[in-house]
Design a binder for this molecule. Sequence first.
Ligand code: ADP
Length: 255
Amino acid sequence: MRNDENVHLITDRGLRVDGRGFGELRPIKLEVGILDKADGSAFIEHGRNKILAAVYGPREAQPRHIALADRAVVRCRYHMAPFSTDERKSPAPSRRELELSKVIRESLEPAIMSEYFPRATIDIFIEVLQADAGTRCAGITAASLALADAGIPMRELVAGCAAGKIEGQVVLDLSDIEDKKGEADLPVAFMPKSNVISLLQMDGSLSEEEFKQALDMATDACRKIYEMQREALRQKYHISKEETEEKDEVAEVKA
Ligand code: ADP
């Protein structure tokens, strides 16, 4: 186990323990369509987080009594592998995993056009292979890509990123040690085009001013991640940037 007791989260040079500035994201890598058997899938490396998302559906609701007459039922399971943390995590579903499954589903539902698939289910699986804080946000970013990869009509992609506070300073995208030793963590999921915040939680405390600063930082980061998501989809489907921009213009005229 690491001895983090005496670690300073901000160095004399005003940098964070991993060398980042206050408003800097960790490096992010996205890959779409990596599993053959799922209908849609994506993999994200967000800093030291490694997370796989898979989607099945839409398919006929089973058991039938869960079916809804006017839309698909969206289900989500967030799970951390026993080897994903410093100390072996129990494989049994924890209360935290149940909570995260619920909030991740709620953050994705506004983007999914579930009304097109009455009496169907859409299943989202998020498997955390390596965790380093911010897994719910990175899980949302990956799941949103897996949904798009499954061909499920979406209003927009959802991107996730947290901001928070360490040693009195508002910072973006906390790592595990910052999350554990810091004063606050504010996970956010955001749909940039429609300006909808679909996840907003807070652990710790922030003043009103700090809250506004953290929220702005997180939503700006989500805008950047959203562009990365679009690029990852373009890569998978061999679409040029110009083609997507033309489609955006048509959609804006229609709206
Ligand atoms: P998030 O991953 O969305 O930030 P939390 O704030 O609950 O969610 O968790 C922060 C980090 O704490 C996780 O990303 C992970 O690195 C670590 N963590 C969470 N649960 C456990 C656990 N059961 N055992 C060890 N580490 C954990």
